[in-house]
Design a protein around this ligand. Structure first.
Ligand code: PMP
Length: 364
């Protein structure tokens, strides 16, 4: 048995993979694979349309929010957001709470003025509460990352920004893991490769009135207006990825929707954090409890900075029991357990059990 705790690309529901396999060389009775189908064909159009409708349904999206399927990953959106939204005033608010929002802010500096809303930190372990934020009243938008995949820091609130400044949110690593009210956002985006599909497609949900404000240098491929006008078929889309993502949307619907994903996420993350908190410091997670991520649980073993031999031994034992890809991000080290939608409670219990046993066997 193998349990894949990867941070992304990450585990997909086995049911979905089996469905992909069964239809791989004969998709929906067409006699060909989805990979071999024209993106302009009626057969493919039905696949993309179903994915769009299912997502709209899952999130209960109002008609004035458009869904775009884009390429270039989350990193592409770091730039796309600037090209499309920064032109109005040339300045934007960035809430840097981890490595990914730091990268987004750095990208934005190439195109305009970036106002850092909270003080710059070397280590990311908390999210200062909103009343301490230093907003620029002139900002074109406020940007934040809902879940920092590397650092394990997740927002427990949606910012309420005065004067109608649109909120832009990177939900790459917690998209569809809990319900959210889209009307509080101007735009959200999510690369698929964590909770919703294979790498290669990025979902963008944008409020209609924010489309069409791009600068004239905006590359067509990053241009929301062009993408919207062409129903995400401006050029050849990542057809296979969109197909698989569509099957994941159906899997989420069959399994109780985002509310049920949220319930499971709470149970799974609590299992791991409980072992950490009850270990008398054998395990430690640097993140403030209020903003601990339900998706990515980073921890150290043996001390707050980690004991290399123990961490190596833990990873080896995990691997020998089939628990894969638990190594922390190369920039921070340690261990990271990613608990995306496709990871089950039973699988998480296996990890919690290993952690408990490992602590007992290695207590100094
Ligand atoms: N944002 C977040 C929160 C991420 O986790 C990642 C990738 N792990 C990115 C953005 C960048 O995405 P991509 O690699 O698809 O460009």
């Amino acid at each position: 048995m193998v349990i894949n705790f990867a941070a992304g690309p990450a585990k997909l529901p086995e049911e979905v993979l089996k469905e992909v396999q069964a239809n791989l060389i004969n998709c929906n009775g067409t006699g060909i694979s989805v990979m071999e189908m024209s993106h302009r064909s009626a057969n493919y159009a039905a696949i993309q349309e179903a994915a769009l409708n299912d997502l709209r349904d899952i999130l209960n999206l109002p008609a004035n929010y458009k869904i775009l399927f884009m390429q270039g990953g989350g990193t592409g959106q770091f730039a796309a957001v600037c090209f499309n939204l920064l032109g109005r005033t040339g300045v934007a608010d960035y809430v840097v709470t981890g490595s990914w929002s730091a990268k987004a802010a750095k990208e934005a500096e190439q195109y305009g003025k970036v106002n850092l809303v909270i003080p710059k930190e070397k280590k990311f372990t908390t999210i200062p509460t909103e009343e301490t934020w230093k907003l620029d009243p002139n900002a074109s938008y406020l940007y934040y990352c809902d879940n920092e995949t590397v650092d394990g820091v997740e927002f427990d609130f949606v910012p309420e920004i005065p004067n109608g400044v649109p909120v832009v949110c990177d939900m790459s690593s917690n998209f569809l893991s809990r319900p959210f009210d889209i009307t509080k956002f101007g735009l959200i985006f999510a690369g698929a490769q964590k909770n919703i599909g294979p790498a290669g497609v990025t979902v963008v949900i944008v409020r209609e009135d924010l489309i069409g404000h791009h600068t004239k240098e905006t590359p067509s491929i990053l241009n929301f207006a062009q993408m919207d006008k062409n129903a995400s078929l401006l050029n050849t889309p990542p057809t296979f990825c969109i197909y698989v993502m569509g099957l994941v949307f159906k899997w989420i619907k069959r399994n109780g929707g985002v509310a049920s994903m949220a319930k499971a996420s709470a149970i799974k993350s609590r299992l791991i954090y409980d072992v950490i908190d009850k270990s008398n410091g054998f395990y430690s997670c640097p993140v403030e409890k209020r903003v601990r991520s339900r998706m990515n649980v980073p921890f150290r073993i043996g001390s707050s900075v980690g004991v290399d031999a123990l961490e190596k031994d833990f990873l080896a034992q995990a691997e020998s029991q089939g628990m894969l890809q638990l190594k922390g991000h190369r920039s921070v080290g340690g261990i990271r357990a990613s608990l995306y939608n496709a990871i089950t409670v039973v699988e998480t219990e296996q990890l919690a059990k290993l952690m408990t046993e490992f602590a007992l066997n290695n207590k100094i």
